[in-house]
Structures are given as C-alpha cells and as structure tokens.
Design a protein around this ligand. Structure first.
Ligand SMILES: NC(=O)C1=CN([C@@H]2O[C@H](COP(=O)(O)OP(=O)(O)OC[C@H]3O[C@@H](n4cnc5c(N)ncnc54)[C@H](OP(=O)(O)O)[C@@H]3O)[C@@H](O)[C@H]2O)C=CC1
Ligand SMILES: Nc1nc(=O)c2c([nH]1)NC[C@@H]1CN(c3ccc(C(=O)N[C@@H](CCC(=O)O)C(=O)O)cc3)C=[N+]21
Length: 281
C-alpha cells in the first residue's frame, strides 16, 4: 500500500503559490487567524497554519479572544478585522462558543476574504461548481491530494463518510465537479460497510478514531483519512484503523502527515488568490 504524504503535496502547492506571487506588488498578503478560546484542535490548526504561512513567505497575524467574549464585543472586533485593508484573508476557527451567533458572522465576513468558504456566497459557489469563490480548505485539500498523485477522479465511485458543512458536504460537491459518482454516508446510513467497500475512493471525515477498518475497504481502494482525533494513548490519529487496511488499499493518507498538512497549504493558496484579486490581478 502506497502512503500518500501530505508534505509532498504541500511542496507542489508551494511551487504554484510562489509562481502566483511573482509580479504581486506591495507587501506579501496577510492572513488574519481569529480564535475564540483555547480549544486544542483550533490550536493545532493555528500552529500548522502559522508555520505554513511563514514557510510560504506570507504574513500572518493571530487575533485571540477570551472564550466568554460577548456576541456584540466579538462582532465589533471581527468587523474591524474584516474591514482592515491590510488583511487579505481571514481564517475564523470554528465552531465558535455558543453565545456568539455564528450565522451572523458567516453573513458578515467579506466573501473576498473568506478563505475557508463559510459565507453563503462562497457556499453557493461550491454548490454551483463555480471556482471563482473559496471552498473550505479541507475539502479542497482532499482533491489536491488526489490530483497531486495523478489519481483520475472521473467516473470513479467515491464514498464520503460524513456530511458536515466543513468537510463532507462541500467535498461531495467538489467531487461531483470532477465527475465522480458520489455516495455520502452518515449516522443514519443502513449498511455502512457495503457503502464503503464498493468505493474506489473512500474518504473518512467522521471524527471517530479508527472507526473504519478492513471491513470497510474494497481491494485496491484509495483511502483518504481526514479525521483528526486523539487515541487511547493520547496520540493524534485518524478515522481509519491503518494496519487493518494495508492488505487491501492501494494507497492511503496517514494522520498526522496527511490531509492536515495539505489543508494549511490550500489556505496559503487561497490567501495569495485573495491578495491578487484585491490588487486587481
Ligand atoms: N485535516 C483537516 O484539515 C481537518 C480535519 N477535520 C477532522 O475531520 C473530522 C470530521 O470533521 P467535521 O466534518 O467537522 O465533523 P462533524 O462532527 O461536524 O461531522 C461528522 C460527520 O460524520 C458523521 N458520522 C459520525 N459518526 C458516524 C458513524 N459512526 N457512521 C457514519 N457517519 C458518522 C456524522 O453524521 P451525522 O451527520 O448523521 O451526525 C457527521 O456528518 C474530525 O475528526 C475533524 O477533526 C476537520 C476539519 C479539518
Ligand atoms: N473554520 C475551521 N476550519 C477548519 O478546517 C478547522 C477549524 N475551523 N477548527 C479546527 C479544525 C481542525 N483542523 C485541523 C487542520 C489541520 C491540522 C494539521 O495541520 N494537523 C497536522 C498536525 C499539526 C500539529 O498538531 O502539529 C497533521 O495532521 O499532520 C490540524 C487540525 C482544521 N479545523
């Protein structure tokens, strides 16, 4: 079974980003990372994103607010970041604490700066297969992993486990755009093993440690593990029980070191795209 390494895909995206930055006047585009509270997976993503922006020669600033910040105070702070002309793109770490009306923020964020595709305008573009907007970075990272490894998606049977607005749903639309035949599984799916085993490309985005194993993988299938969990020993792990799929899968992405590393590279690509559009080229 071939391991699909995130770092190799990230390096290819870095080459594209470097080319896209040529001829860009003025300072490098700046990413604003907005975090409310100290959730561990937000911190992990922020750590990965800051390192990646700096590695790609881009500017990044984190804006951290206390977990209990009021809805009105947060909206005032967020609105200032949203309007700041020096900020080319925004990554709002979600979900936000309950007291903040997240749907208001989704409507507030400038779609031109909404690099993770949370605004209605960008969601509509993902639905319509319109690439002039921004899709959520993780969903797009899955497509980038397949393309970087020259895996043809056209006509393939793709099964996605998970239907969230961050991964499952947008990814199903991006796969459709690539002419795949898509099955979306969730907690009400009756025969998960069969729906997964028939997939030529299986994507795990359930958020359940090691939930998918050899029973869910057809011979020579390609397995993309999006899950980021912590196992019984406190180690980062995915939704796939890796050893059990080795005799079956032809290729698979590991956790860590798989999709996670590509998500932050796609974020960097979105930042440069936003910077270019805001400067008229
Ligand atoms: N690598 C990266 O860049 C990123 C990784 N992640 C990771 O991806 C995973 C998914 O994230 P996210 O989409 O936000 O998670 P959510 O919890 O929002 O969604 C999980 C989805 O999986 C489905 N699901 C859960 N358990 C089962 C089951 N036993 N059988 C079938 N379907 C199931 C749920 O179904 P239902 O709708 O019926 O409840 C739901 O649709 C998490 O581990 C997260 O940490 C997230 C973002 C980025
Ligand atoms: N609006 C929003 N979009 C998200 O996509 C989002 C979010 N909020 N909130 C938090 C979750 C979690 N998430 C991760 C993405 C990559 C790594 C990542 O880079 N992981 C590295 C390890 C990084 C490390 O911990 O050192 C890896 O898998 O190799 C981790 C976590 C995105 N999320």
């Amino acid at each position: 079974m071939k391991i699909l390494k995130g770092a190799e895909v990230s390096a290819k995206i870095k080459e594209q980003v470097t080319q896209m930055m040529e001829g860009l006047e003025g300072p490098a585009p700046k990413l604003a990372i907005v975090r409310v509270g100290e959730k561990p997976d937000d911190m992990s993503y922020e750590r990965g994103a800051v390192k990646k922006m700096e590695n790609f020669g881009l500017r990044v600033q984190t804006y951290v607010f206390p977990e209990q910040i009021s809805d009105s105070d947060f909206k005032a702070e967020f609105s200032a970041i949203n309007r700041d002309p020096d900020v080319s793109g925004i990554l709002l770490l979600r979900p936000l604490p309950k007291q903040i009306a997240e749907t208001d923020i989704e409507k507030m964020i400038d779609p031109e700066k909404d690099l993770d595709g949370i605004s209605p305008a960008n969601i509509a573009k993902v639905f319509a297969g319109d690439k002039t907007g921004f899709a959520p970075c993780t969903a797009e990272a899955v497509i980038e992993v397949l393309k970087a490894n020259e895996i043809d998606i056209t006509g393939k049977n793709v099964t996605i486990v998970g239907r969230s607005m961050v991964v499952g749903r947008p990814l199903s639309m991006l796969m459709l755009k690539e002419n795949a035949t898509v099955t979306i599984c969730h907690t009400r799916t009756r025969d998960l093993e069969t729906e997964c085993r028939r997939a030529e490309i299986l994507v795990a985005a359930a958020g359940k440690a090691k939930m998918l194993d050899g029973r869910h993988v057809g011979q020579d299938a390609i397995v993309i593990d999006v899950g980021i969990n912590v196992d019984e020993n406190g180690k980062l792990c995915g939704d796939v029980d890796f050893p059990s799929i080795e005799p079956l899968a032809s290729m698979a992405t590991p956790v860590p070191g798989g999709v996670g590393a590509v998500t932050t590279a796609v974020l960097a690509k979105h930042l440069v795209l936003a910077g270019r559009r805001q400067r008229g080229n």
